[in-house]
Design a protein. Structure first.
Length: 335
């Protein structure tokens, strides 16, 4: 005779069913955990690929560099001396199938030498305009001086050149340094603008370093005018918000016809939508001469993308050297 009375048939299956349900639940959770881990790994891999793709794109020249905008600029005048505490900083930017130099202004926040402050900003911060970029790294050491013969000497540590870039981007990055140093010196009134200004770059106190593995720094350099953007919008700056109109547009450009085209398009989510206004503006210096341009607009409140470009005379409708800025107009208090 059994020591325990048999359980009623109806209750006997309860613990067994509960045990099976618990095992099935555990199995499903393990499957879900594996899926979640796999999904996270895929997500991280894709995210890494996206970031790497962006970095690789900046580090290399476009596959084709036969843009009609190439080498339009043959002379790049120095910035003029100013009493305002601003730092001129040059960046790289893609336009059509080439990479050019563009300039932004930053407030001077330190008592550093203006050249050192501008170069440190160039190497350590990001441009305001997301269309611009830089491949310099923050240096552990940076200094600059000017001789009586208008020669600027920049001494920078080798860690500033840590990025891997191709020869074209290396050339433009070195030109970026030359333009930033000379612009800062000129705006601070530290050089004689009537004489040629050269820039000598030392790396850890020595000459002859191969910048980014491509550009030998073995002799003083001057501004390479062919690398200046054929069109760039100086004002408004990227993301500017206007509460008072008109919206004043100023910039620098060159054109085979002596005129530039512009367009103001409505913008949503940071992308251009339908065009709202368009027109042309003359460059007072005339055809094939780098000069300044300006015009004013009175659009209704809203978000806009402003574009200024060369309308290719050889191919009507083709935009060359396009520069864009996103702006917001808050209200129409017209002065």
């Amino acid at each position: 005779m059994s020591a325990l009375s048999p359980a009623p048939p109806g209750r006997r299956s309860v613990p067994a069913d509960a045990s099976r349900r618990q095992r099935r639940t555990s199995d499903r959770l393990r499957v879900l955990d594996r899926c979640a881990i796999l999904g996270l790994a895929v997500s991280l891999a894709l995210g890494g690929c996206t970031n790497n793709d962006s970095a690789e794109q900046d580090a290399t020249m476009p596959a084709s560099t036969t843009s009609s905008s190439s080498a339009l600029v043959t002379a790049a005048p120095l910035e003029t001396a100013t009493s305002s505490q601003t730092l001129p900083v040059y960046w790289l930017g893609r336009s059509n199938d080439d990479v050019f130099l563009y300039r932004e202004f930053f407030p001077a926040k330190s008592t550093d030498d203006p050249m050192v402050a501008a170069l440190r900003t160039m190497m350590s911060t990001k441009p305001r305009d997301p269309d611009y970029f830089s491949l310099w790294n923050t240096p552990s050491r940076l200094g600059a001086s000017i001789s009586a013969k208008n020669v600027i000497t920049v001494d920078v540590s080798a860690d500033a050149f840590a990025q891997k870039v191709d020869a074209g981007i290396a050339q433009r990055s070195v030109a970026q340094l030359v333009y930033t140093a000379t612009a800062a010196a000129a705006m601070a009134g530290l050089v004689d603008p009537s004489s040629s200004i050269q820039v000598s770059v030392l790396v850890d106190g020595h000459t002859g370093y191969d910048a980014f593995g491509h550009v030998p720094l073995d002799k003083p350099m001057t501004r390479d005018a062919s690398l200046v953007a054929p069109v760039w919008i100086i004002s408004p700056s990227q993301g500017a918000r206007y509460k008072t109109l008109p919206l004043k547009v100023e910039g620098q450009g060159i054109s085979p016809t002596g005129t530039l085209a512009w367009e103001l398009a409505k913008s949503s989510n940071g992308k251009a939508d339908e065009p709202y206004l368009n027109g042309t503006v003359a460059i007072p210096e005339g055809a094939n001469e780098l000069g300044t341009f300006s015009f004013s607009l009175i659009p209704p409140p809203g978000s806009y993308e402003l574009s200024v470009f060369i309308d290719d005379p050889a191919s009507p409708g083709t935009r060359i050297g396009v520069d864009t800025k996103l702006v917001q107009v808050a209200e129409q208090n017209i002065e």
